[in-house]
Write a protein that binds this ligand. Sequence first.
Ligand SMILES: [Fe+2]
Length: 202
Amino acid sequence: MPATLVAEPDLPCFGIPQAEVLFGGGVDRVGAYNHEVGDLVTILCGLLGFGAGETGRWREAAALHDLGKLWIPAGIPLKRGSLDQDEVSIMRDHVVLGYTRLRHHDRLAAEMALYHHENHDGTGYPFGLAGEHIPVSARVVRLCDVYDALRAVRPYKKGMSHEEAMGIILFGDDRIQPGMFDPELLRLFALHHQRFAACLDG
Ligand SMILES: [Fe+2]
């Protein structure tokens, strides 16, 4: 399914600057552009043996994984407190909204946008894909995105320490379970977790 849904060729050098020209954004209030996830993705790319060129491409593409939030009413992603069922449904549309724009410009970014909320155990969306059926690019973004989201300060929440975020990813809580993540990527995260901390903490 992934290979046939995402059929447009990549264009070189498509990243946040080009996306902002095409789609706007300027002041990114809703998290549509995310440099941090792009930076975190480069850690896993290196651990997976990617070369510099491919790692750079993944960084640029991963930074656009939430582009679809530009077309979600800002009150929803920035809402303080939990979302109701309708709001959750609208929020989930961001994966398809991002994909439909990006597929004409960057195949890798479109792939990450569409599948980055799929979970390894099949509990994600929009398709409920599991394991090897999820593109590797999206599995990489999934882990980095969850780590970044736990660490990040948002209008509606405090940021967690590295230790708190790592504990949740490795051992789970009421919302996140380790089975959501690719086991090999989870193993690399556990082995090299200090590099993730350093990436966000500088
Ligand atoms: Fe997302």
